[in-house]
Design a protein around this ligand. Structure first.
Ligand code: SF4
Length: 352
């Protein structure tokens, strides 16, 4: 049985008749009778009020390179504290982190209770001024995320979300002042794929991602290329055109290799020539910083100067092996400014 310390009244919902409630946090807008949970499995109608069941319930905590989020243009090489909870408002059958995203709060073998003040103190102790809500979908522990973000922002911590972008505009509006960067997974560019496989709404994702960009948040996107599901050039080209229109040609796009997981264990990994084909399409259409992901050592991991074409940041996996930018993030060969938020991270801590 779940301890009451994890249960808090939810921030966004309406009460309906018959003690039913409607959650207004994400575009699912679940209508939930008393005693039942929403699609994410972590919001329950208790006594006619909606409650979140995973407040401060931490399933994982690690320090990652920021490139792993992936964020290639936000304080490169910074270490980032990465935390997650349990549940998800999507049902992707290929989920890499299904053991925490597709289970309920009672099902976890291991978890920790870390209230916001303790999380802030741990971040101070670790001396790492970057925090990511990641691994599972952060939107579904919205109340905790907001409380932690408000607290650590006072210490100058940069707050990052690695998200599916499936959130309504009103809660997003309240969150935006406390976050600095996001990576949004655009999982397909076909509403039917979202409906059939993911159980989500593409339109909601696109709307929230554009809102984040318009409001000045650092945005990068990821497109996981799954064979025979979302890998047609036609669909990908449409996504790229939206990306340029809505987010601009300087917003990085990570074109990632799929590996079989969860219910898609019988699928093949994305063929390398398919990744290269889509990488070429992205650059031809005009995306200035398109990357190949999950393929360490590939030349598509590098940043190329949009002006002179030379590789100005070379990477292998999440590691930077060559850096040809000056302190203003300008190309050392031609002085063109590369679109990077912040600077290459050399310090370990803002407190040391
Ligand atoms: S967060 Fe989304 S999936 Fe979860 S209960 Fe609310 S509307 Fe439903």
């Amino acid at each position: 049985m779940l301890h009451k310390k994890y249960i808090r009244e939810a921030a966004y919902y309406n009460t309906l008749g018959d003690r039913r409630v409607q959650c207004t946090l994400c575009p699912h807008m679940c209508i939930i009778p008393e005693g039942r949970r929403g699609l994410c499995g972590v919001r329950e109608n208790i006594g006619g009020k909606l409650h979140t069941l995973n407040y401060a319930l931490v399933s994982s905590l690690a320090i990652d390179p920021i490139e792993k989020k992936p964020l290639f243009h936000f304080y490169p090489e910074a270490p980032i504290i990465s935390i997650s909870t349990v549940g998800c408002n999507f049902k992707c059958p290929w989920c890499q982190n299904w053991s925490i995203s597709q289970v309920g709060p009672e099902d976890l073998y291991y978890h920790d209770y870390i209230p916001p003040e303790e999380m802030r103190d741990r971040i101070r102790k670790y001396g790492v001024p970057f925090l990511a809500f990641t691994y599972n979908e952060p939107i579904i522990w919205y109340e905790y995320m907001l409380d932690v973000a408000k607290l650590v922002k006072k210490d100058g911590v940069k707050v990052v979300l690695v998200t599916n972008g499936h959130i309504n505009l009103e809660p997003l509006d309240e969150l935006i002042p406390y976050i600095d960067a996001v990576n949004v997974d655009v999982k397909a560019f076909n509403p039917n794929t979202y409906t059939r496989y993911i159980k989500g709404k593409l339109e909601g994702v696109l709307q929230a991602t554009k809102e984040l960009k318009d409001r000045g948040i650092h945005v990068e996107t990821t497109y996981l290329v799954i064979p025979d599901l979302n890998d047609s050039v036609d669909e990908f080209r449409k996504m790229v055109k939206w990306h340029i229109d809505a987010l601009g040609d300087e917003t990085p796009l990570h074109i990632s290799r799929f590996f079989p997981y969860y219910k898609f264990i019988d699928k093949i990994p994305t063929p390398i020539d398919k990744l290269e084909e889509l990488w070429k399409v992205a650059r031809e259409e005009g995306i200035l910083y398109a990357y190949v992901g999950n393929l360490p050592g590939h030349r598509g991991e590098n940043t190329y100067c949009p002006s002179c074409g030379k590789p100005v940041i070379k990477r292998i996996g999440f590691e930077i092996i060559s850096w040809k930018l000056n302190d203003e993030n300008r190309c050392k060969y031609c002085d063109h400014r590369i679109a990077i938020t912040g600077h290459r991270w050399r310090g370990r801590s803002i407190w040391i």
